[in-house]
Design a protein around this ligand. Structure first.
Ligand SMILES: [Zn+2]
Length: 115
């Protein structure tokens, strides 16, 4: 038995369901490295960076770089998702309060942090 991550309806085994895989990754342009970048002393910058990373929650840090989500959808939600992927969560919440993507992701088990 699966549960639709869009509307919450139960999807029995062997019934048609759709799986959505979402990879969210940070995109960087190619770095341009000059001779000066190669010869100067980076120690101070690296120490500051390592210090900042030590104070940042590891999960939060990972999510800034890469995040993979897998959703199970019923046929109705698959149709809505394909039509409007970026507004999918908001459309599923019609009639209720405005969609909160953070709450939505937490309900799926993503983004859990010790608070
Ligand atoms: Zn659904």
């Amino acid at each position: 038995m699966y549960q639709c991550d869009g509307c919450g309806v139960s999807i029995v085994r062997k019934a048609l369901r759709y799986q959505v895989s979402i990879d969210v990754r940070a995109a960087y342009d190619t770095l341009e490295v000059s001779l000066w970048d190669l010869v100067r002393d980076h120690r101070g910058e690296l120490e500051a960076l390592v210090g900042a990373l030590d104070e940042t929650d590891a999960t939060h840090l990972e999510e800034q770089v890469y995040k993979k989500m897998v959703l199970d959808l019923c046929p109705e939600c698959q149709r809505k998702f394909v039509q409007s992927p970026l507004r999918f969560g908001a459309e599923s919440a019609t009639g209720g309060p405005p969609a909160d993507i953070d709450t939505f992701l937490r309900s799926l088990g993503y983004g859990k942090r010790g608070e």
